[in-house]
Design a protein. Structure first.
Lengths: 135, 135
């Protein structure tokens, strides 16, 4: 069985301190959040300021990894649906992909809009959002 | 230092057997690929057939994880750019996010269009593509 070790390249710092407080999806929140890139990865940020939209890939460290089906949007009247057919954070590998607006870059800190991750969420990767590929 | 263990939920089966043969990005290829979900995760697929577009999150197992800067599009005349500002597969956590068209679902196999992953690439997660959130 394959298995991979993943270490974060940074962390999200936001005003959201628990999951209950978190909006359902990133685009519903209007607050800005900061992404701090760890010093050993700062060279990987060179040129990032040229992009207006980024994909931020996070590890939802508080999510339940054993749940395979959920009621979408936590609506118990909705039929149980496999997590691969929902955007629930509960899933075997709780990876979130946020499309965010890049507001500013200062040293190893990005300020972005459009992410609802809890304060302290690990960041696994950052990429430019490319319209032709992602929309 | 945080570290996470990730095991694949499935694999990509495609006609692309090496990286040289692989198109630069998923949307450039027109061939269909199959995604086989491992039996222990098949319940997580329930309802997936209702979606036309999916996000498929892969682990690019052949990618170099030590490279922090590249020449974009392998063009040596382009300035070295941090990997977080490019879509290069080389990056500390080589995670690829493909937006694909779902063509069919048969048991634990999805047939999709728009993925250029090498045959045998591990799949980490699958989500519906939601226009409001992802575009």
């Amino acid at each position: 069985m394959d298995e991979f070790n993943i270490a974060p390249v940074g962390y999200v710092w936001s005003d959201i301190t628990d999951r209950v407080q978190a909006p359902r999806q990133g685009r519903d929140t209007s607050a800005a959040a900061r992404i701090e890139i760890l010093p050993q990865y700062s060279d990987a940020m060179d040129g990032i300021e040229q992009w207006g939209k980024l994909q931020v890939i996070c590890w939802m460290h508080l999510a339940d990894r054993d749940t395979l089906a959920v009621h979408p949007r936590r609506d118990v009247s909705a039929p149980l649906t496999g997590v691969f057919a929902t955007r629930s954070p509960a899933r075997p590998n709780p990876i979130a992909v946020y499309t965010v607006d890049l507001l500013s870059v200062e040293r190893n800190v990005l300020t972005v809009k459009g992410i609802d991750a809890v304060d302290g969420t690990p960041v696994l990767d950052i990429k430019p959002h490319v319209h032709r590929l992602d929309d």
